[in-house]
Design a protein around this ligand. Structure first.
Ligand code: GLN
Length: 202
């Protein structure tokens, strides 16, 4: 059983932990570099990326996080977590840094210009069954991706049709929406499977 850390500086940590346990993983909150060392993978929750960034800097977690991701630790970020895993961001706060890892440019609060939050059905590559019922809350979208990034899902309707909202690059994945807020654990299952396969490869 993989042990998946949930970055617990800020955001909806409990919801992700529950969804991961529903997907058969063990979870542990990660607030310090020592705690990061003991996990097989990491989830970066939804919340507020500017706050997460400031706290990660204060707790001296940014470099340890970057190092583990560079060394191949699987990671999944939802919403603010997607921002944290992006190599480049637009509309960040002054000086806002990310952990990075995914070769993409993410625009913060992108949908929020039209509407703060909304729900939509998003078909996801690699996730069987009905389209995923996706909850977006002041969500980012992905403006562009590098060649190594697989697009898993796009907005299918409304004024933002075609916008990229789910991606994967090797062992890293991110969604602009919050699968932890619905009872549907298919995205967490997808990530837990990715983590199991990564552990077999080591
Ligand atoms: N707007 C938030 C940010 O910039 C993300 C919102 C969310 O995670 N629901 O971090």
């Amino acid at each position: 059983v993989p042990t998946i850390g949930v970055l617990a500086l800020q955001g909806d940590v409990r919801e992700h932990s529950r969804a991961l346990e529903g997907a058969g993983a063990r979870t542990v909150p990660v607030r310090r570099a020592e705690e990061l060392e003991s996990v097989d993978a990491l989830v970066v929750p939804g919340g507020e990326s500017t706050t997460m960034w400031r706290l990660a800097r204060t707790f001296e977690l940014l470099e340890p996080l970057r190092k583990r991701i560079e060394a191949g630790m699987p990671a999944y970020g939802s919403c603010a977590g997607m921002i944290m895993l992006a190599d480049r961001i637009r509309d960040g706060a002054d000086g806002q840094e990310t952990i990075g890892g995914i070769d993409m440019t993410v625009r913060r609060n992108a949908f929020g210009r039209q509407v703060d939050s909304f729900e939509a059905e998003v078909p996801l590559t690699g996730v069987d069954g009905a389209p995923f019922h996706a909850v977006f809350i002041r969500a980012p979208w992905v403006e562009s991706v590098g060649a190594g990034v697989e697009i898993l899902g796009r907005a299918e309707s409304g004024p933002n049709i075609g916008r990229i909202v789910a991606v994967r690059q090797g062992r890293l994945m991110a969604t602009a929406f919050h699968p932890e807020l619905t009872g549907d654990h298919r995205v967490h299952h997808y990530f837990a499977d990715l983590v199991r396969r990564a552990m077999e490869e080591e």
